[in-house]
Design a binder for this molecule. Structure first.
Ligand code: FAD
Ligand code: SF4
Length: 471
């Protein structure tokens, strides 16, 4: 580190430059320019190397943040990449999509007064640069066992699990119904936050490490659980949650009302040139679009609509800005790109025109009340505040719950009251389900959450699987 521990006073926090708004609003490429080596060095040098690093504790995978900041400061990129991969299977992805303002950066000692160290962008820089330099995870020490594990789902949970297994000589075979790995990283999160080449590169890296991918293969359709259980020593379920939540509004099935994920998938299919037959492209060009919701999914829908050329995009959320679940960074980006935010409004119905197509959303105003059981202020309806927000298209982004999995029904895997899979961290073997041979993790166990928590659970489940297999 620099001799001067008060570097953070002289050197301000800097975020990488963003592309100009005019081009950002039309393109589906990442909006941030990469950091230069000089920027990375000076930003990493702002770290105080706290004795008790809050950033590391707050990070769900407990990344060795101060240590890799120190390595990068002295130009030791490959060592930084090694260290970063010791706790995280997809650091270049987390650097791009984690809500750092709520996690590591939000708990950095410098955050309040001087501006947090720019951890996320440095995390992304380390792996991107190491890959460019030809770095690959070192597998020379691996002693292969005879064991084979089937992983259902190539999302962050499945990939985290595969990473730990393969590094310990257990062969992972990953099944996914999609043509590319990544789960929601590829078919959910848009490419202006995470370019799809990032996952293609990861697939190459994992494949070379010894992970086998069976893509375009849906379990329950193209292969049965009976076949999988007969062939593999254990199974990991990282299948995500895919049932869109609805609000139960009058007319919510009318033409012009869409669920968020099909809209985003249709867009990704078009941008990537994937087969569009499984999900048609929904075009928001010249439309007045209202997106209902305030999480990451809503942010992605509003910014995708802007890029498709919508005439006007409104994000309508029932609490105030302070209580929005979406990342502050993404709200700021959306505002810069021209999205209007309407806070403290709750939809009560969909208004139709004479042709039965959406014409608006019936709303009531809300005000913030007492905190709920999770400590977030409740949105209370203001009497007599009914009004309509005009819309040609409405996108519902209220979150997801587990989808039905008929193919899993006869295998004694306990499903809980909200439809998720019971696979506790504290069981005999971490993340084992009620069928001893089957483990699970990610959104299907904890409910819709974050990329980094899914990675963490997948990695932990791999440890549980290896204990169970006695390897
Ligand atoms: P998924 O990523 O959903 O992966 C599950 C995989 O299983 C899928 O590829 C699916 O095809 C496959 N699968 C399911 N059933 C079968 C079957 N029968 N056969 C074969 N394959 C099957 N989190 C963040 O941290 N930052 C963000 O910015 C962010 N933005 C988001 C934006 C959107 C639009 C959405 C929807 C979520 C976002 N999230 C974000 C949340 C994050 O993406 C998820 O929490 C995370 O991807 C969950 O990982 P997972 O591996 O459990 O499931
Ligand atoms: Fe921060 Fe996410 Fe990286 Fe952890 S994984 S250090 S939370 S960006």
């Amino acid at each position: 580190m620099s001799e001067n521990v008060y570097q953070f006073i002289d050197v301000q926090r800097v975020d990488p430059r963003k592309k100009p708004i005019s081009s950002r609003k039309k393109s589906f490429v990442e909006i941030y320019e990469p950091f230069s080596e000089k920027q990375v060095n000076s930003q990493a040098d702002r770290c105080l190397d706290c004795g008790n690093p809050y950033c590391e504790w707050k990070c769900p995978v407990h990344n060795y943040i101060p240590q890799w900041l120190k390595l990068i400061r002295t130009g030791r990129i490959l060592e930084a990449a090694e260290l970063s991969h010791r706790t995280n299977s997809l650091p270049e992805v987390c650097g791009r999509v984690c809500p750092q303002d709520r996690l590591c950066e939000g708990s950095c000692t410098l955050d309040e007064e001087f501006g947090a160290v720019t951890i996320g962008n440095i995390e992304k820089y380390i792996t991107d640069t190491a890959f460019k330099m030809g770095w690959k995870p070192d597998m020379s020490y691996v002693v292969w066992t005879e064991k084979k594990v089937a992983i259902i789902g190539a999302g962050p949970a499945g990939l985290g699990c595969a990473d730990i297994l393969v590094r310990n000589g257990v062969k992972p075979v990953v099944f996914d119904r999609h043509p590319e790995i990544g789960g929601l990283l590829t078919f959910g999160i848009p490419s202006f936050k995470l370019e799809k080449q990032v996952m293609q590169k990861r697939r190459e890296i994992f494949t070379e490490m010894g992970v086998e991918f069976k893509l375009n293969t849906e379990v329950g359709v193209d292969i049965t659980m009976d076949e999988i259980l007969a062939e593999y020593d254990a199974v990991f379920l990282g299948v995500g949650t895919y049932q869109s939540m609805r609000a139960g509004l009058e007319n919510e099935d009318a033409p012009g009302v869409h669920d968020a994920l099909p809209f985003l998938i249709g867009n990704t299919n078009r941008v990537m040139g994937y087969d569009e037959s499984n999900q048609e492209y929904l075009d928001m060009a010249d439309q007045k679009v209202v997106v209902l919701g305030g999480g990451d999914t809503a942010m992605d829908c509003i910014r995708t609509s802007i890029r498709q050329g919508a005439e006007k995009v409104i994000c309508a959320y029932r609490r105030d800005e302070e209580n929005m679940p979406g990342s502050r960074r993404e709200v700021k980006n959306a505002k810069e790109e021209g999205v209007e935010f309407t806070f403290n409004v709750q939809p009560t119905g969909i208004v139709l025109n004479d042709n039965g197509h959406v014409a608006g959303v019936q709303m009531v105003k809300t005000q913030m009340g007492e905190p709920d059981e999770k400590g977030r202020s409740r949105a209370e309806v203001v009497p007599g505040s009914e009004h309509v927000i005009e819309a040609d298209q409405v996108i519902m982004a209220f979150g997801f719950k587990p989808h039905k999995m008929d193919w899993l029904e006869k295998y004694d895997v306990e499903i809980n009251h909200w439809g998720g899979i019971n696979a506790p961290e504290q069981g005999e073997f971490t993340h084992q389900t009620t069928n001893p041979k089957i483990f699970a993790g990610g959104d299907i166990v904890r409910g819709s959450d974050l990329v980094v928590t899914a990675i963490f659970e997948g990695r932990n489940a791999a440890e549980g699987i290896m204990d169970y297999l006695k390897v």
